[in-house]
Design a protein around this ligand. Structure first.
Ligand SMILES: C[S@@+](CC[C@H](N)C(=O)[O-])C[C@H]1O[C@@H](n2cnc3c(N)ncnc32)[C@H](O)[C@@H]1O
Length: 217
């Protein structure tokens, strides 16, 4: 099925048609772009509840639900949310559709862990998102996130045309920051003991994974 791209939401619906939905539940939990490489779910601590920001239709929420954690995901793409619900509801995982900023602003509950695997933390303004995440973390809770390491020389919002150069003006922004800049952003949002690093790729000249961990208090 072809999806038009007139809005950011449609961009992510279309993205869903091009990614592998059958990623392996046994390979979860992972933060890098290679199954079985880098740290796993131990980065989350021992949460009773967890929320993934920009979960798409991958397996991390399902893996946590299967382990007995109250696991939820939020994603802006209705197509991906519907597919995740269908696939993972039997394990007890819950999925919400919406933009993470609006979702967190409206949320009344708190989670022990909030995390993002190459997800919405990468595609939101951290100066807006991080304080909201901290507010929605239970005391002692933690934020963990991952995405590609930044291109040297890039810093702040990196704009993209989601509909291509012949399409409508659909703007997306991906946030680029070095580990040091992320630590400053996390501290400015009130997080304690932030640690952000680049997990190297299997080959030294390939793209590494930036991973961040920070505590609510
Ligand atoms: C690169 S994909 C990664 C998805 C999944 N975590 C994975 O590892 O395959 C980014 C995901 O973030 C979602 N996303 C991007 N911006 C978002 C926002 N502002 N609010 C909620 N979800 C968002 C997209 O719909 C997409 O599913």
């Amino acid at each position: 099925m072809a999806y038009p791209t007139s809005t950011v939401t449609e961009y992510w619906d279309r993205y869903a048609s091009g990614v592998n939905a059958e990623s392996d539940l046994e390979a979860a939990f992972g933060w890098t772009q290679w199954d079985g490489r880098g740290p796993g779910c131990e980065l989350l601590g021992d949460p009773g509840s967890a929320l993934e920001l920009g979960c798409g239709r991958r397996v991390e929420v399902a893996a946590l639900a299967r382990a007995g954690i109250k696991a939820e995901g939020v994603d802006v793409s209705p197509v991906q949310v519907e597919q995740s619900r269908e696939r993972w509801r039997p394990l007890g995982a819950s999925f919400h559709q919406g933009d993470v900023i609006a979702f967190l602003e409206a949320a009344e509950q708190r989670w022990d862990a909030i995390y993002s695997v190459w997800g919405a933390v990468w595609f939101s303004d951290p100066r807006v998102l991080l304080p909201l995440v901290r507010e929605r973390l239970a005391p002692g809770g933690r934020l963990v996130f991952s995405h590609a390491e930044p291109v040297p020389g890039s810093s702040g919002p990196q704009g993209m045309y989601g509909g291509g150069f012949r399409g409508r003006r659909v703007w997306l922004h991906q946030w680029a920051a070095t580990p040091e800049e992320w630590e400053e952003l996390l501290q400015a949002a009130g997080f304690v003991g932030p640690r952000v690093w680049v997990e190297p790729a299997p080959q030294p000249d390939h793209v590494g994974t930036l991973i961040g961990v920070a505590h609510q208090g």
